[in-house]
Design a protein around this ligand. Structure first.
Ligand code: FES
Length: 87
């Protein structure tokens, strides 16, 4: 598991292996937008402020993946113990 800090909302929560970041985020931000929830539509794209995302979407380019400044939180996870999101 890893932690996500939602910087604008001021919440920090734990994402266990069996839940998505989106599911966990919705506990603090019920209006978080999504559509496909499978990593191909781009609706849930979220800015990453700190930490290194682990991408599992099929939208971002190799350059965007490398930069790690944005991610699809419906399928993405974290390579670092903590991820700070612009939510
Ligand atoms: Fe479609 Fe996340 S909801 S990419």
């Amino acid at each position: 598991s890893f932690e996500v800090e939602l910087r604008r909302s001021g919440a920090t929560m734990t994402v266990p292996p069996d839940r998505t970041i989106l599911e966990v985020v919705r506990e603090a931000v019920p209006e978080a937008m999504s559509s496909c929830e499978e990593g191909f539509c781009g609706t849930c794209e979220t800015k990453v402020l700190e930490g290194i995302p682990e991408h599992h979407d099929t939208i971002l380019s190799p350059a965007e993946r490398e930069k790690g400044k944005t991610m699809m939180i419906c399928v993405g996870r974290s390579k670092t113990p903590r991820l700070v999101l612009d939510l």
